[in-house]
Design a protein around this ligand. Structure first.
Ligand SMILES: *Cc1c(COP(=O)(O)O)cnc(C)c1O
Length: 254
């Protein structure tokens, strides 16, 4: 089986899993959108996924994301320059999701190619993201990342980022007050040892509070390869899947 065939099979399986999770949660089968997290995998995989109709692509490191976004843009604009030209999908622009921690020094770069930043977790990122978006002449959609660890110390120790729930509404207000950024909702990663059901129920409560203040902030980015069912049961609208589609990443890379 070629890699493209393997990806095609796995994509069918993941889409079926996602649709089944939606139906099991009494939601429309397309209520949650699949974001394919392509981090560590080569551009050839991204091109193969595009050929299979994947629109939403996620990355977690600025350098890799910037490189892939530029390469994909070039490939789709100049298919004749690429052996994988047949992989190109006409008329459906990719949507790039930045799902990793944003280093302050990279915020401006991230805002130049990311359509959706899932991981805004501190006020100091706001102006850098906004400046980057303005400079690039674009509006970037932003999700406020919520930490679901037990407390602030655990949140900091986890290294996974996220604002504690008591800070999320104020951050959301600040995003909403920034012209070049559009508040789209919230995001979280379930803590490693936690019961995902419990974690995503907490996220749903935070999401509802933010939506109460900002009715258009309807997105909930939650769920990965191992816990997408629980996330969808608690209202996820964006599910971020890497391993189940692309395979296990080399251990030293994230
Ligand atoms: C890598 C990553 C994912 C995908 O995780 P898998 O378990 O490989 O599906 C989702 N969200 C974030 C923030 C990630 O960094």
């Amino acid at each position: 089986m070629t890699r493209a065939e393997e990806l095609a099979q796995r994509l069918v399986a993941v889409r079926a899993r996602l649709a089944a999770a939606c139906v099991a949660a009494d939601r429309p089968s397309d209520a949650a959108r699949l974001v394919v997290v392509s981090k560590t995998w080569p551009l050839s995989d991204v091109l193969a996924l595009r050929a299979l109709g994947v629109r939403d692509l996620g990355e977690n490191r600025d350098e890799e994301a910037a490189t892939k976004a530029a390469a994909l843009r070039a490939a789709e604009r100049h298919p004749e320059q690429d052996d994988l030209g047949s992989a190109l999908v006409a008329g459906s622009r990719p949507v790039w999701h930045f799902v990793g921690r944003v280093q302050s020094s990279k915020a401006r770069s991230v805002a130049s190619y990311a359509d959706v930043v899932h991981s805004l977790d501190r006020p100091s990122l706001l102006s850098a993201l906004a400046r980057g978006a303005e400079r690039a002449g674009r509006v970037v959609e932003v999700l406020v990342q919520v930490s679901l660890e037990d407390d602030e110390q655990a949140a900091a120790a986890s290294g996974r980022g996220g604002a504690t729930p008591d800070r999320v509404r104020r951050l959301a207000d600040q995003v909403a007050g920034t012209d070049a950024l559009r508040l789209a909702g919230v995001m979280a990663v379930a803590p490693l040892q936690a019961d995902p059901d419990h974690a995503f129920a907490r996220l749903a409560a935070v999401a509802a509070a933010v939506r109460g203040d900002h009715p258009s902030a309807v997105e909930i980015s939650a769920g990965m390869s191992g816990d997408l069912e629980q996330a969808v049961a608690h209202g996820a609208t964006l599910v971020r899947v890497g391993t189940a589609l692309l395979g296990r990443r080399p251990p030293l890379l994230r």
